[in-house]
Design a protein. Structure first.
Lengths: 233, 296
């Protein structure tokens, strides 16, 4: 079996937002919608201040609350764990949005473009009217993954079968692959490093892992107050 | 809960969604109270229509909020796990049973309608509890709070209707007193649980801002007024009427606050560090449950 997951190495991420830009270009998301965004997190008190950059988005949970609450069955889960939205079924009730503990979902009611009323060439090419008035979120670039797999390529290894944000990362901080394959890139990264899942206590079993050093000082970060800049595009 | 950051206010469910919990909950409970009050007979048509009017108003408001309103029938597609589907399904049966019960003067249908009104209210409590992204909603204590306030509003509304028609019932006022006491206890327990589970401070502040008016004007004062009526039944009309209005308005204020002001999102957090290849939990893979139709 296959279970696709993503890994963000917080020790490597430099907060350049290239993944965000790549995602927005790939999916032509409107202003204010970032399926992949990077949080700028600071904590501590001067002069003992630390900072990290944290990519977030849909965690493609193994037990996704968004899917359970969805009244229309628009939100579903593939065999490989990718959580999907059927735009033709969704009624735009936003129940999934309030059920998601990762603030990964958006709803846009009218066409909006980056530079005013007229779309750019890329936006015009990729505009999908079906996404208006319904829930939308990161797809793990499932169409790209599927097309790559159909050609015999390996997601996470071959760029043609790998999500756009992972391909674009300049620091090699993002990785994608099959966690059920114990020899895959993601399995090896998790075996060799310390990691955490966000809000694991909620029982959602996120398919998104964060690598983070097992430094005593850094371990304390979950117990201190942090300031965060949530950069909206 | 870990120390989270970015607990902003959710903006997807606004006053329109709150309206469904306010008026829908009151309407469902009003059907139940009317069924109990009239047993073994049936309530008059006006009471039935008022109750359904409240439920209909709530559903209409939430319909105004959805992004694709003409696909509203899709709301019935997921009874396996969605409390929203269950609420919508119960509402259809509630309308059918109440209308046919009062029109055909059939007590059995009204009894079924009362049970459905209770179920409708329960579904509303579970809708909030299933919202894992909002700490103030997913707290299990929210369900008894929604139930207790809905029932108190239903008893209050029925008393108002009966008092206006010159047929105020003392037992109904005693029941309302019990429900107000339950609501107070539920409210207190709910806030206690939220604080114990480190809910976002802004959510607790929003709830605290309505604590005094809710406890004093919405519960203590109505209880005092109703106690006075119990001792001096001659004062039923003015005092009980005021008590019922206060009890109902306070319930609506409470639900409006929970939905629109206390709904801070989960936020983000760093988790507990672990080492080694994780134990993989397979996806629950609900794809086979999906409703599939021919889009051609």
């Amino acid at each position: 079996m296959t279970r696709y997951v993503m890994i963000a190495d917080l020790n490597r991420c430099v907060g350049c937002q290239t993944c965000t830009a790549a995602c927005r270009h790939t999916n032509a998301t409107p202003p204010g919608v970032q399926w992949r965004k990077v949080l700028d997190v600071e904590w501590g008190e001067f002069p003992d201040v630390q900072r990290l950059f944290m990519p977030v988005g849909c965690q493609h949970c193994a037990d996704p609350p968004c899917m359970h609450v969805c009244p229309s069955t628009a939100t579903a889960q593939r065999e490989d764990g990718i959580v999907t939205i059927d735009y033709d079924l969704c009624i735009g009730c936003s129940y999934c949005t309030v059920a998601c503990p990762y603030q990964a979902r958006y709803k846009v009611d009218k066409p909006e473009f980056a530079y005013g009323d007229l779309p750019t060439e890329n936006e015009a090419k990729r505009f999908d009217e079906r996404t208006l008035g319904v829930a939308q979120k990161c797809t793990f670039c499932s169409d790209r993954v599927d097309a790559g797999v159909a050609q015999g390529l390996t997601p996470g290894i071959d760029p043609e079968a790998t999500p756009g944000c992972v391909n674009a990362c300049i620091a090699d901080a993002l990785s994608f692959g099959d966690i059920e394959d114990e020899h895959s890139n993601v399995s090896e990264l998790l075996a060799e490093n310390t990691w955490f899942q966000m809000h694991a206590e909620l029982g959602t079993e996120p398919g998104f892992y964060y690598l983070w050093e097992a430094d005593d000082k850094r371990q304390g970060t979950s117990r201190v107050n942090m300031d965060v800049q949530d950069t909206q595009g | 809960m870990q120390n989270t950051f970015g607990n902003t206010q959710q903006t997807q469910w606004d006053w329109r969604a709150a309206g469904n919990f306010m008026f829908g909950g009151s309407g469902g409970a009003l059907v139940l109270m009317a069924a109990i009050a009239s047993w073994p007979g049936v309530p008059n048509l006006v009471v039935g229509l008022v109750a359904l009017g409240f439920v209909g108003l709530g559903l209409f408001l939430v319909w105004l909020e959805i992004g694709r309103p003409w696909r509203f029938l899709h709301v019935f597609f997921h009874p396996q796990t969605s409390w929203m589907t269950r609420e919508a399904s119960v509402s259809v049966l509630l309308f059918a049973a109440t209308l046919s019960g009062v029109l055909l003067q059939t007590p059995a249908l009204l009894a079924a309608a009362g049970l459905l009104g209770f179920l409708f209210l329960y579904c509303q409590g579970r809708i909030l509890r299933a919202s894992k992204g909002i700490p103030a909603w997913r707290e299990p204590a929210v369900t008894p709070l929604i139930m207790s306030t809905g029932l108190a509003e239903g008893a209050g509304l029925l008393s108002i209707l009966l008092i206006f028609s010159g047929a105020g019932e003392m037992w109904l006022l005693y029941l309302l007193m019990g429900l107000l006491a339950w609501r107070l206890a539920s409210w207190s327990y709910y806030k206690q649980r939220l604080a114990a589970n480190n809910a976002p401070a802004a959510a607790l502040q929003a709830l605290d801002s309505v604590n005094r008016p809710h406890v004093i004007l919405g519960n203590a004062l109505p209880l005092l007024l109703l106690l006075t009526v119990a001792v001096m039944p001659d004062l039923l009309q003015p005092l009980a009427l005021l008590a019922c209005i206060l009890a109902t308005l306070s319930g609506w204020l409470l639900k409006f606050t929970i939905i629109t002001r206390a709904a801070k999102v989960q936020g983000y957090a760093l988790g507990k560090l672990q080492q080694g290849r994780p134990t993989i939990k397979p996806p629950v893979r609900r794809e086979k449950d999906r409703f599939v139709f021919d889009r051609d």
